[in-house]
Design a protein. Structure first.
Length: 388
């Protein structure tokens, strides 16, 4: 593929390697985008997606794809007559569709001379520190070699994405953006971005071009929408925006069908809703957590958990938790106290105070049984924890 500039229909100006603003980009494509609102994968959408990401590689941009669509691909293979939507059958569809989905990506990227590598992840993979580092090393090495990593949650063994309480890979894309220290997370969806209200019901709703901070007022704009094929919706996307911007990563939510949208965003063109990162990447997150300005409560842990945090640098898991105080919600910052009341650390919690009280002392694998949902095996992941 020749290294030439790209004439953009919508703007009329030329983009090339010299126009690039971001050099490590995570692209997240949800089910509603990949199917174009239908029950099957839209090949035109996948061809556009792969062409743009291949162009990024030509521009020396390290690009990574977080994709949904395995279940839709599986339903397409098995046949339209199978309309069951219970979790066990959706796992069957994922088992059938994952190979078909990857094969499609391999063929489409190969047309542009690009090699792909697949990783199917579960929350256990990301909660274990050594595995986390291994995954990071693999992904960064792949990108350094010019390979495009393609990631999805392993729906055959995990039910986070395909259940009722988790987004359509939105949270996974945020974790991956943090994992590889991305500069930009692009979330492709079937809407233009974040509106002040639901534009389907409110004619006065306006598109927010820039969000400086994901706070309660912004979260209130999200509503609770999701489609039959997609488990996401704006609430899950805003949760992802909250997480990555606190880590100093830019994020955009935009319509995936916009012409050459990935390339234009990589070059800094304002499209959709842009979420402003909180300063520099690592230090800004530490300053935010250490300031205490956003602290909403406390979690008290026992001696065993204290040793795991301080000496072994592990995440905070439910078995070592003695109790919680305050009114914190998922995504809030909390202090971690030792058994004597000494402040040991602060971090971003994956669970609310009420949830922590219910799962304290329980094995991590019991979270689903206790709560009926889970947002990972750890209450505070090590990467979102700062020792005091």
């Amino acid at each position: 593929m020749a290294d030439h500039g790209l004439e953009l229909e919508s703007t009329g100006y030329q983009l090339d390697r010299g126009s690039v603003k971001y050099h490590r980009v995570v692209v997240k494509a949800g089910t509603s985008v990949l199917t174009n609102g239908s029950d099957h994968l839209d090949m035109g959408v996948l061809e556009s997606l792969t062409r743009q990401m291949a162009q990024l590689r030509l521009w020396d941009v390290e690009a990574l794809l977080v994709t949904s669509g395995a279940i839709a691909a599986g339903r397409q293979v098995i046949g339209e007559g199978h309309q069951r939507r219970d979790i066990p059958f959706r796992q069957v569809l994922a088992a059938v569709g994952q190979g078909s989905l990857l094969n499609t990506y391999e063929e489409l990227f190969a047309r542009h001379g690009v090699t792909v590598g697949q990783a199917l992840l579960t929350w256990n993979d990301l909660s274990d520190r050594q595995r986390y580092l291994n995954i990071r090393g693999t992904l960064t090495t792949l990108m350094g070699l010019g390979v495009v990593p393609i990631l999805n949650e392993n729906d055959v063994v995990a039910v986070d994405e395909i259940g009722e309480n988790f987004g359509d890979n939105d949270h996974l894309s945020a974790l991956v953006a943090n994992l590889v220290d991305a500069e930009l997370l692009i979330t492709l969806t079937d809407t233009e971005g974040l509106f002040t209200a639901d534009p389907r019901h409110d004619p006065n709703a306006t598109l927010l071009r820039v969000v400086d901070r994901v706070d309660g007022s912004v979260l209130a704009m999200a509503g609770e929408e999701h489609s039959a094929s997609s488990r996401g919706g704006m609430p899950a996307k805003l949760d992802a925006a909250h997480q990555v911007t606190l880590s100093g990563i830019s994020m955009v939510i935009c319509r995936g069908s916009e012409p050459n949208v990935i390339l234009r965003l990589a070059c800094g063109e304002p499209i959709g809703t842009y979420f402003v990162p909180a300063g520099s990447r690592m230090e800004s997150r530490k300053r935010w957590m250490l300031s205490g300005l956003n602290n909403h409560g406390e979690i008290t842990i026992d001696q065993g958990a204290q040793g795991a945090l301080l000496r072994e640098h592990r995440s905070l898991l439910p078995p070592g938790i003695m109790g919680a105080s305050g009114s914190f919600q998922r995504g809030d910052t909390v202090y971690v106290l030792g058994a004597t009341g000494t402040r040991l650390a602060c971090g971003i919690t994956n669970y609310s105070a009420e949830d922590v009280e219910r799962i304290k002392g329980q094995h991590s694998h019991s979270i689903w049984q206790v709560l009926g949902y889970h947002f990972g095996e750890e209450v505070i992941h090590r990467n979102n924890l700062v020792l005091l």
